[in-house]
Design a binder for this molecule. Sequence first.
Ligand code: GAR
Length: 195
Amino acid sequence: TKRVAILISGSGSNMVRLAEDMQGDHPARPCLVLSNVPDAGGLARARAMGIPTAVVEHRDFKGDREGFENALISAIDPHAPDILCMAGFMRILTPLFIDHYAGRMLNIHPSLLPKYTGLNTHARALAAGDAQAGCTVHGVTAELDCGPILGQAQVPVEPGDTPETLAARVLQAEHRLYPAVLRRFALGQRGMLRL
Ligand code: GAR
């Protein structure tokens, strides 16, 4: 059984969906939920599901990225994860961290990559007049939001959409996509999933 650490910064709705899926005959189990934000809503949700939690506050490491990332590694490695899932983890990581978990780290991003890396993806999709939006799960490499694409789910942009209404529709798709991709990844399958 693969051990999965999940990194969050916020409400953790993707984390909950991943953890809910990792039961029964699933090839993986959650071993840790870690947040860089101490009052992230996802921490309480993880505790309620009986998953070990940890907090490493980036604010304690003002400007010291190396110190922050070493603290992350020190908090994560005792839990011996085989796979790391970034699920709304809102810190950019350097090669110090990424190389340590090379080939074992997944991220979900709220756009149809390679479009709209970085922030404000929904506002940018609306401004561009896109007919389709969606989300991507990809392997994490040193270049932000540019690793190999493992899965993608599309949703329509509807007339009158705001960044908020579009984000909510995309989030529903994230909740379908991420568990499906993690399941395949834990089984060693590396093709691209389209939902
Ligand atoms: C999700 O929409 C995720 O795709 C996005 O943050 C949200 C987290 O929601 N991630 C990024 O923007 C990464 N740059 P959640 O905490 O409810 O899962």
